[in-house]
Design a binder for this molecule. Structure first.
Ligand SMILES: *[C@@H]1O[C@H](CO)[C@@H](O)[C@H](O)[C@H]1NC(C)=O
Ligand SMILES: *[C@@H]1O[C@H](CO)[C@@H](O)[C@H](O)[C@H]1NC(C)=O
Ligand SMILES: *[C@@H]1O[C@H](CO)[C@@H](O)[C@H](O)[C@H]1NC(C)=O
Ligand SMILES: *[C@@H]1O[C@H](CO)[C@@H](O)[C@H](O)[C@H]1NC(C)=O
Ligand SMILES: *[C@@H]1O[C@H](CO)[C@@H](O)[C@H](O)[C@H]1NC(C)=O
Ligand SMILES: *[C@@H]1O[C@H](CO)[C@@H](O)[C@H](O)[C@H]1NC(C)=O
Ligand SMILES: *[C@@H]1O[C@H](CO)[C@@H](O)[C@H](O)[C@H]1NC(C)=O
Ligand SMILES: *[C@@H]1O[C@H](CO)[C@@H](O)[C@H](O)[C@H]1NC(C)=O
Ligand SMILES: *[C@@H]1O[C@H](CO)[C@@H](O)[C@H](O)[C@H]1NC(C)=O
Ligand SMILES: *[C@@H]1O[C@H](CO)[C@@H](O)[C@H](O)[C@H]1NC(C)=O
Ligand SMILES: *[C@@H]1O[C@H](CO)[C@@H](O)[C@H](O)[C@H]1NC(C)=O
Ligand SMILES: *[C@@H]1O[C@H](CO)[C@@H](O)[C@H](O)[C@H]1NC(C)=O
Length: 814
């Protein structure tokens, strides 16, 4: 521990007047490798929203051909617009979630248009959509322009119609984002109700939609919409529910979509979940504005949000308020030089990445319909598997208020639902990809001293439940061997065997690796809360060693985590460089055994030993970054990645930084820079895969800061910053300044290798530090000074980064 540093600064809360939002490009990740299509891209939300806002208003589109489609964010580059809806997630894969409640401006509702068939009225767009923080504008082929903005629980829409056309707004309560290529995790409509109020400018009601990624129960959203002028005509309608995936309720025949029946001023689904909606028509105006509030609790609450949050009907005022909040609460937490001479590409990468890391989870304080609680509520943990790697560690530093509420919300979920979520959306836990990774999230918060109003007795009970109690089988259709809803479905192996077996459970390799870190996480919290439990979980955290086959060989390297059967033998013919579909029922999930053998953050020391010691380890690490080594053909999904290391996916996030554990930090810097330069751009295709709730963007933020956090531990690796001066607001109101002397990487001189580091004025001989080091560098603030240059220098002479879960389990002959 260092004495409290002289340079530690307590910043006064100065109003930040820099408009960092101008640098945000909301389209980064909106397109994949096939130009004009979303498939394989970031799946990001594009539209209007606040940080962690419940409302994310944006276009819903239908993209064809469906094999090149990804509707998860709603927006696609060229898809047909089927509606404008208030709820979205961002960056996700799997079955789309949300896309409701929706409105759609139309210029005709007769002739070929069938209000129950979006294919008869959907719109192509003219020119390029415009998006900035809190604002979105599009122009339809019909001549209608739509501008959008949002407050926390309400959306504002401003439609401008051609004067010569009819002016209608369709309110479609049976609209949602479909999953055209798969039915098991597609959403489906389960009913709604809509009522037009006497003066015809207000409508209220609810819609219920089930399914989607979390295979969730129906989520009911109450809606309160209002138009700024009374329409000439307003009618509700209903119609038979014939969506393909609504087989649960209705017809299997191939009959054409029925026409709606107009029902006056209200429509109810009734016992067969009929579709309901309304259509509003104007004759004396070309401009129609609409504000819509939503609530999971009641129509009254939805109306109250609409009225209080959108007291102005002005898009400009609403967008300005959103932008101000983003600047104040998000972007100004990391301040770099924005003057004329600053590199604008870097500013775009930094502030856009910050934007994408603050879209989900969605804050739902006061909006939990499932139980009464004074605790805060968040939803759309989509998913912990993505977020735990380094995103929660960023929130911990720069969003302590939100973050404490998130942790409390997770613990409250455990108290009322019995399990922490691994994924959660639409008020429903699911899907678990591997381990119970909320354990890692809680441990990371705990070891860095997050306290406030978090009850760690309950927090510990939550992670212990994950470690001890096998969850009920959820009858999911893709993994007959275990629950995908929550918890750890392979505890039936993990507890008695110490590893997850390949014959009794799916995803044995990746689950074994993840459960190991999960139990390390449990031991980290136990150390303070239940010291008697610590050793048990620490012991279990070495389970990955039981799955280490010292004889397994691939590409001239020996020793890998391998699928192991319950009887103790290994799956010897398992393909170490190719995990097949790498999906729910496979032996390893979204990563090969080659990759997962590197994913032991709590015991890198033992991993190095098992790989044959530092020099063999280094050779193997070098190898995974060589082009054309991957045995998995990622296709257009991989955006050109041919290395075994897959920078586009979470398991490999930390791998480029493992050179720090050899005290060869310059190689970590070189690899991670190269990956960033090769795969991250200020373009619509500028991230290498689904942004995953911002996880990929967050990886880049840490890279640009010159740091990398080791999750579940208080350790940060030192790398090399991309800016010569960064001021970060940490722990509410303290300033961490990161400076880089000699940074020069713009002109081919590559002056970004570290020559030396000092922290709070003291020379630092290690390539890592801890949260509370140097007088509390991450809590009280202070200064990290990097001296950079072109020499690939072995500057670090101190201890390598710690392996706090270090244990030696005999793995037999190597
Ligand atoms: C989608 O299908 C079309 C043929 O229908 C094919 O040309 C195209 O390559 C496919 N795209 C992908 C990404 O598989
Ligand atoms: C549009 O209509 C088609 C055909 O009925 C349907 O499959 C799809 O789910 C609808 N909704 C959207 C948002 O595309
Ligand atoms: C329409 O009636 C609602 C109450 O039902 C009221 O809140 C709203 O202000 C009225 N709107 C107009 C334009 O008169
Ligand atoms: C437009 O028509 C509506 C309904 O017919 C009426 O209430 C409103 O006053 C009219 N507005 C103007 C500007 O004439
Ligand atoms: C329904 O239509 C599809 C596509 O046209 C066709 O393949 C299928 O055989 C039809 N099913 C029935 C029961 O008619
Ligand atoms: C960081 O803060 C220091 C101290 O207030 C200030 O001198 C410097 O200009 C700031 N740098 C940036 C990039 O904001
Ligand atoms: C934490 O929760 C436990 C059990 O729910 C309760 O007994 C305890 O009083 C709480 N602690 C605090 C400080 O509120
Ligand atoms: C493995 O080693 C052999 C013998 O040294 C060599 O011929 C071969 O190219 C190596 N294979 C790989 C994948 O490096
Ligand atoms: C062990 O189990 C595997 C998978 O069930 C089986 O293929 C293998 O023959 C068994 N080996 C022994 C020695 O029992
Ligand atoms: C593993 O898969 C790769 C890529 O498909 C293939 O080239 C290789 O031959 C396979 N190796 C084994 C041992 O089956
Ligand atoms: C800093 O923030 C903390 C937590 O919100 C607060 O208690 C403290 O008073 C603040 N200090 C200053 C100097 O603003
Ligand atoms: C600006 O930053 C980008 C991204 O790091 C880099 O590619 C480019 O060379 C930089 N431009 C200048 C002029 O330094």
């Amino acid at each position: 521990m260092w004495e409290f540093g002289l340079l530690a600064i307590v910043a006064s809360v100065i109003a930040q007047d820099v408009d960092y939002a101008q640098f945000v490009n909301p389209f980064i990740g909106s397109e994949g490798a096939i130009p004009g299509y979303a498939y394989g891209g970031g799946d990001v939300f594009v539209g209007g929203t606040l940080p962690f806002g419940m409302v994310k208003i944006g276009l819903d589109t239908y993209e064809e051909p469906v094999n090149q489609s990804a509707l998860n964010g709603g927006w696609t580059p060229k898809g047909h617009v089927t509606g404008i809806s208030l709820m979205h997630v961002s960056g996700t894969g799997g079955g789309p979630k949300y896309g409701f409640p929706a409105q759609m401006p139309l210029t005709t509702i007769d002739g070929d248009v069938n209000l129950l068939d979006n294919r008869t009225y959907w719109q192509t767009r003219v020119g390029n959509d415009v998006a900035s923080v809190g604002y979105f504008r599009t122009a339809f082929n019909s001549g209608v322009t739509a501008e959008l903005s949002a407050s926390r629980h309400a959306g504002l829409q401003h439609y401008t119609y051609p004067s010569s056309s009819e002016k209608h707004v369709l309110v479609d309560f049976s609209h949602y984002l479909p999953h055209p290529t798969r039915s098991w995790d597609s959403q489906f409509y389960t009913g709604g109700e809509v009522e037009i109020h006497p003066n015809s400018s207000v409508y209220t009601g609810y819609t219920s939609i089930a399914g989607g990624w979390s295979i969730g129960a129906p989520v009911t959203v109450y809606v309160c919409g209002e138009f700024d002028s009374s329409p000439a005509v307003a009618r509700t309608f209903k119609g038979k529910n014939t969506f393909p995936v609504s087989r649960h309720f209705r017809t299997f025949d191939n009959s054409t979509t029925p026409q709606p029946t107009f029902t006056g001023s209200n429509a109810r689904s009734g016992p067969m979940n009929d579709r309901v909606g309304a259509v509003f028509s104007w004759t004396n105006t070309t401009e129609v504005k609409s504000r819509v509030g939503i609530s999971f609790i009641s129509v009254d609450k939805a109306c109250a949000y609409k009225n209080s949050e959108l007291s102005s009907w002005s898009i400009e005022t609403t967008a300005k308020a959103a932008r101000d909040e983003w600047n104040r609460d998000v972007f100004s937490k990391i301040r770099v030089d924005t003057s004329k001479s600053a590199n604008k590409t870097r500013l775009a990468l930094l502030y856009s990445s910050l934007y994408f890391t603050h879209l989900i989870p969605s804050e739902r304080v006061g909006e939990n319909p499932l139980w009464e609680s004074d605790e805060p509520a968040f939803d759309d943990w989509y998913t912990m598997w993505d977020l735990f790697r380094n995103q929660v560690s960023l929130w911990h530093l720069i969003q302590p208020t939100y973050y404490e509420k998130m942790i409390r919300s997770l613990i409250d979920l455990f108290k009322h639902e019995g399990y922490l979520p691994d994924g959660r959306s639409g008020n429903y836990n699911g899907l678990v990809q591997g381990g119970s990774n909320a354990d890692n999230v809680l441990a990371d918060a705990y070891v860095k001293g997050l306290a406030g109003r978090v009850n760690w007795t309950d927090g510990y009970a939550a992670v212990k439940k994950n470690a001890e109690v096998l969850p009920y089988f959820d009858q999911n259709p893709v993994d007959p061997q275990g629950s995908l809803k929550e918890g750890r479905s392979a505890l039936d192996d993990w507890i008695p065997l110490g590893y997850v077996s390949a014959d009794r459970n799916s995803r044995a390799v990746s689950k074994t690796v993840e459960y190991s870190l999960n139990d390390f996480a449990v031991s980290q919290i136990a150390a303070g809360v239940a010291p008697g439990d610590r050793d048990l979980y620490l012991r279990r955290s070495a389970g990955w060693q039981l799955s280490w086959d010292p004889e397994a060989e691939s590409r001239n390297f020996t020793g890998f985590v391998m699928p192991r059967y319950a009887n103790g033998t290994f799956h010897k013919t398992y393909n170490i460089t190719n995990c097949g579909d790498c999906n729910w029922s496979d032996e390893s999930y979204e990563g090969t055994a080659f990759e997962y053998s590197f994913v032991i953050p709590h015991d890198v020391e033992r991993m190095i030993e098992l790989m044959g010691g530092p020099s063999h380890f280094e050779t193997r690490l070098d190898y995974v970054f060589q082009p054309n080594t991957s045995g998995v053909d990622l296709g257009v999904n991989g955006l050109g990645i041919t290395t075994i290391n897959n920078v586009a996916n979470e398991p490999d996030f930390q791998t480029p930084y493992l050179y720090n554990y050899l005290n060869k930090q310059w190689k970590s810097v070189e690899r991670s820079r190269q990956l960033s330069n090769d795969f991250y751009f200020n373009t619509s295709t500028g991230i290498p895969g689904n942004s995953d709730a911002g996880a990929l963007n967050c990886w880049l933020i840490w890279q640009m800061l010159g740091l990398y956090p080791i999750v579940t531990t208080p350790v940060y690796l030192l790398e090399s910053p991309w800016f010569s001066d960064i001021n970060m607001t940490v722990n509410h109101n303290h300033t961490l300044r990161i400076r880089a002397h000699g940074l020069d990487d713009g002109d081919g001189k590559q002056g970004y290798y570290v020559q030396g580091v000092s922290i709070n004025g003291k020379e630092w001989d290690k390539n890592w530090f801890e949260h509370e080091d140097a007088g509390g560098i991450m809590t009280e603030g202070g200064e990290i000074l990097f001296r950079l240059g072109s020499e690939q220098k072995l500057w670090e002479t101190g201890d390598v980064p710690p392996s706090p879960g270090h244990q030696v389990v005999d793995v037999g002959q190597g």
